[in-house]
Ligand binder design. Sequence first.
Ligand code: CLF
Ligand code: SF4
Length: 301
Amino acid sequence: ACGSRQDELAHLPEAIRAKVHNHPCFSEEAHHHYARMHVAVAPACNIQCHYCNRKYDCANESRPGVVSEVLTPEQAVKKVLAVAAHIPQMSVLGIAGPGDPLANPERTLATFRALSEKAPDIKLCLSTNGLALPGLVDEICAHNIDHVTITINCLDPDIGAEIYPWIFWNHRRIKGRRAAEILIEQQQKGLEALVARGVLVKVNSVMIPGVNDAHLAEVSRVVKAKGAFLHNVMPLIAKPEHGTFYGLMGQRGPTPQELRDLQDACAGDMRMMRHCRQCRADAVGMLGEDRSADFTLEKIA
Ligand code: CLF
Ligand code: SF4
């Protein structure tokens, strides 16, 4: 269906091609042939985004609106092995919520550790808001996680203060501009450290009209200069029930045309992802397909 994309990977160095050729998010071509699954092992979060309602999955990587069944690492491993036995195209296991995977490091790393032993052919993938990332880079590398996504919505703490009401940092809740400043610093440090270690980093940005839309081309330029592999600009899903603040304030999401225009503006400098399907934290199957209902704990027991 997508023959014109056949050469998408042709110019990449062999080592990178080997990492992305069967990753449905990092390679557009791969998403026609390979599937991913997520296990929802990470319930807690260490920041608050205005577009998030904790009753739903993390909007870093997922479509708000459906609550995932939180699994223990043992249950998650069982589920991955069951899915792998039924869906041979399943090449990637991601942890993306329902909170932030790195705000639940024991649960997240125990899951990855067990899988790298029991299913060494499955690629491991992680999506995070980045706050706890710099302190966990060694662990991430030790667990053979080759793909990390950081959700970076801004570089300017004044804009950040409009997106993040607070963060939880060094056992304290920090609010306002200072909170955004720390988060932005940690995200950039984490990005640099992962790139230095050869981990492929994708940056997701949530496009919020009137808040960060005019700023995201700059974000794209900077993360590219630091070595991010891919930038994925996702539309804010603005539904009153999904935002603690935006919902109440009537914040809207971008139109499809506004989203395309921004992706085009960023594309001048950067490889852009345009096939993201804003998956749930427990999605199973090809992108855009969700077979999670076929693999509930009850069904795989
Ligand atoms: Fe999952 Fe994310 Fe890994 Fe993909 S999803 S943790 S990079 S394996 Fe993919 Fe889904 Fe978009 Fe995410 S389509 S929401 S970009
Ligand atoms: Fe919600 Fe994810 Fe933001 Fe945490 S990082 S507040 S779970 S959207």
